[in-house]
Write a protein that binds this ligand. Structure first.
Ligand SMILES: [Zn+2]
Length: 299
């Protein structure tokens, strides 16, 4: 049973509006696309803010499950090849902010992006609550932290890819990370875009609603409101998509079979690959990219 009802009893934690709708959606998919941890039958229970479009789950994920290795044990969840995973200038931004500096990958997973940055000459620390991933990270990094309280140093660049939506205390975490930036340092975060193409045109089937561990997915406006109350402003932002996860540009559903066929064609034909990348770029420029990238600069 799916339902969507107007409800003025929930208040949006981002823009504080009471103009919200409660949502109860069930979703079924035959085959789970790579990069997702959900099961093929999943439900979402929570509410959406009509004013700022942010999404709040009614039940927070149990943080202890992260520590016990929830994600490292989920085989379908991988981020093995990060280097060119990310469309748009995300990786370039991280690389330029990291140059000759001290860097923290906050929520590093198995560390593919952090290793890439390290190989380019940056001094990189990693933080990851998942014990399974930490064992892997220890092979590549000297400073592997498990909790925000362990951060002792200050950084030129802190980046968090796919982390914000898993937090249960966004303002506290962002304030703490902001404190850990050196002067002119930047905090770069990428997370699912609740006003992106899929969320906008196929909300009920938006896969980011059904991922285990997703607590809050703020819109840019919503996040801006929340951070303003913390005295933190967003320096710049844009939308882009993680293309290696097999989505199809300007297509608001996940159809694994179609995605595989398209990937084969894209990998074999340079002209089609160019057009495919161009379509993603265009989707991002329109503000409909599947993820939001937010940059906060320390003054
Ligand atoms: Zn709101």
């Amino acid at each position: 049973m799916s339902s969507c009802t107007k409800n003025n009893s929930y208040q949006c934690p981002f823009c504080l509006s009471k103009n919200t709708i409660s949502i109860k959606f069930d979703s079924h998919i035959e085959e789970i696309p790579s990069g997702l941890s959900r099961s093929n039958k999943a439900s979402f229970n929570g509410f959406k803010c009509i004013t700022c479009k942010s999404i709040t789950s009614s039940k927070l994920f149990d943080k202890d499950l992260y520590k016990e290795g929830f994600y490292s044990k989920t085989q379908n969840y991988d981020r093995v090849n990060p280097s060119y995973d990310y469309t748009g200038p995300l990786l370039k931004k991280i690389i330029s902010a990291s140059k000759n500096g001290k860097v923290l990958d906050f929520g590093a997973g198995q560390g593919a992006t952090a290793i890439h940055i390290k190989n380019l000459g940056a001094d990189v620390d990693v933080l990851e609550p998942d014990e399974g991933y930490r064992k892997h990270l220890a092979l590549n990094f000297n400073n592997v932290m498990s909790d925000i309280e362990e951060i002792k140093e200050k950084y030129n660049c802190i980046f968090a890819i796919g982390v914000l939506e898993h937090l249960s205390d966004i303002p506290d975490v962002i304030s703490s990370l902001y404190e850990k930036l050196r002067k002119d340092g930047v905090l770069i975060m990428q997370y699912p875009n609740p006003t992106g193409f899929s969320a906008k045109y196929n909300f009920k089937n938006w896969d980011m609603l059904y991922e285990s561990g997703h607590n809050f997915i703020p819109s840019l406006i919503g996040l801006r409101h929340m951070l303003e109350r913390q005295g933190i402003s967003i320096d710049s932002s844009y939308t882009s998509s993680i293309i290696s996860r097999g989505r199809v540009p300007f297509f608001a559903a996940r159809v694994t079979r179609f995605e595989k066929v398209l990937k084969n064609i894209v990998d074999r034909n340079r002209v089609i690959k160019f057009l495919y990348n161009l379509a993603w770029k265009f989707q991002g420029i329109l503000g409909l990219g599947e993820t939001l990238v937010v940059v906060i600069k320390k003054n």
